[in-house]
Design a binder for this molecule. Structure first.
Ligand code: FAD
Length: 406
């Protein structure tokens, strides 16, 4: 087993690290103070610099102008980028666009690719993904109400969605809507590309989260689709394939998220160590001399490193054998890293005392923005149930073959 990073990936990681530390981190406090919306032009300049440095689109296929990295290599990159809240954005690897690029690359028609995918991959426009509804459990997406009725020249979409991230300012939404309510549950829905200037696309509000409604890329919208007419060609992939496409979109996305969360863990860890080393409780007695802090630091190091290996192994498995072979591992990493993220951030904040609650470090931003990690992409409890079911059925199989465990 070889744990070394291939030289090409190692070189790219070093360049990314330098870019983040030299170009991004010095600007980060001002960008965070201003917010994403007011920072768009400065972020665009940073994107230009990233492009000139050959860092644009690590996960974007080469034919669309990206670096075309394997999932494993992109996982390593995603960890580096997660160090700053702006990391993924400045190289065009941000959710939900990254997943939508993948989806349109795989299932988009020639027209959808030319008109939407190419400019999306080039960072000229943004997109959003509109599936969850306030009236139904997002954890069971077969329970949708949003419907697309087929007519002679297109579909009419009616529905109510929320938590459509980054909808404000997006050029189009990818919408999940029921096309055949009588089909078996996983064949009922289809996906549609809906330009946000389509009559009947209604942006109700940006939903305040922990007191912040955000804006632009950094927002989560409540939307209504009110007799929203789209042509037949707006459908993405075959009718009834919505769930299958959504599942494929989420698979690699979970690797990207987990490694991004590990990048955040590393940032919180570095800040925790720095504060513990430099905060003196009395002259010559730093916080780092206290056993509780030492335990937090040592445990956090072990858990971050262990989680990292778990995620990289899962990425490797998907690269080698496809998503279906890694289903259990994908569920494992999703809840494991999401929980770890909360724990490391909480310990870093506690180590900073009152300072940890302020906006004078990046910790509070991460703490409020990333609490959702345990809820989106499948709540942790659902992933735990998936893992447990697989473990129990594997145990039953083994018992049938080998007899009971003694
Ligand atoms: C920050 C953020 C960004 C998001 N972005 C998007 C987006 O861009 N597009 C989009 O369509 N959606 C988005 N979502 C929505 C997200 O996908 C849903 O919130 C998620 O699927 C959970 O659905 P729900 O909120 O309806 O919770 P529910 O389904 O109502 O579940 C509530 C809770 O019940 C528990 N639970 C649920 N099922 C089980 C079970 N089987 N066993 C045990 N416990 C269970 C869990 O603790 C869960 O948190 C986002 C959410 C957040 C927080």
């Amino acid at each position: 087993m070889d744990f070394s990073i291939p030289p090409a990936a190692a070189a790219l990681l070093a360049e990314l690290r330098a870019f983040i530390h030299q170009e991004l981190l010095p600007r980060e406090p001002a960008l965070l103070r201003a917010g994403f919306l007011a920072s768009e032009s400065e972020l665009d300049q940073l994107r230009q610099r990233a492009r000139r440095a050959g860092l644009w689109g690590p996960q974007i296929p080469k034919e669309l102008g990206g670096l075309g990295l394997s999932l494993l290599d992109h996982a390593l990159v995603s960890e580096q980028l997660g160090y700053s809240p702006f990391g993924h954005y400045v190289v065009g690897a941000q959710a939900p666009d990254a997943g939508n690029i993948e989806l349109l690359h795989r299932y988009g028609s020639d027209e959808q690719r030319a008109r939407y995918l190419l400019p999306l991959a080039a960072g000229q426009l943004r997109s959003c993904f509109s599936m969850t509804e306030p009236e139904h459990p997002g954890s069971n997406p077969t329970q949708l109400s949003c419907a697309a009725r087929k007519g002679a020249d297109g579909y009419i979409i009616d529905g109510h969605k929320w938590f459509t991230s980054s909808a404000e300012g997006a050029a189009f939404a990818i919408v999940m809507a029921i096309t055949d309510p009588d089909a078996e549950p996983h064949r009922r829905a289809s996906m549609f590309l809906v330009p946000t200037d389509t009559p009947g696309f209604v942006h109700v509000r940006n939903i305040p989260i922990f007191g912040h409604a955000g804006g632009g890329y950094d927002s989560h919208a409540e939307l209504r689709y009110e007799a929203c007419r789209v042509p037949l060609e707006a459908r993405i992939g075959p009718e009834g394939a919505g769930f299958q496409i959504a599942q494929e979109r989420l698979g690699p996305g979970r690797i990207h998220h987990c490694m991004r969360w590990l990048g955040i863990c590393q940032r919180a860890f570095d800040l925790m160590c720095e504060r513990a080393r430099t905060r003196e409780l009395e002259p010559g007695v730093p916080l780092a001399s206290k056993q509780t802090i030492q335990t937090w630091v040592a445990e956090s190091r072990a858990r971050i490193d262990a989680a990292r290996l778990l995620v990289l192994h899962t990425a490797w498995l998907i690269d080698q054998r496809g998503f279906a072979a890694a289903r259990e591992q994908v569920s494992l990493i999703k809840f494991h890293v999401a929980e770890l993220l909360g724990q490391v951030l909480d310990r870093a904040i506690q180590t900073h005392g009152a300072l940890g609650l302020t906006d004078d470090t990046v910790l509070a931003f991460f703490y409020t923005r990333e609490r959702g990690a345990r809820i989106y992409d499948g709540p942790d409890e659902v992933h735990k149930a998936v893992v447990a079911r697989r473990i129990f059925s594997a145990a039953a199989r083994a018992t049938r073959l080998e007899g009971p465990v003694r």
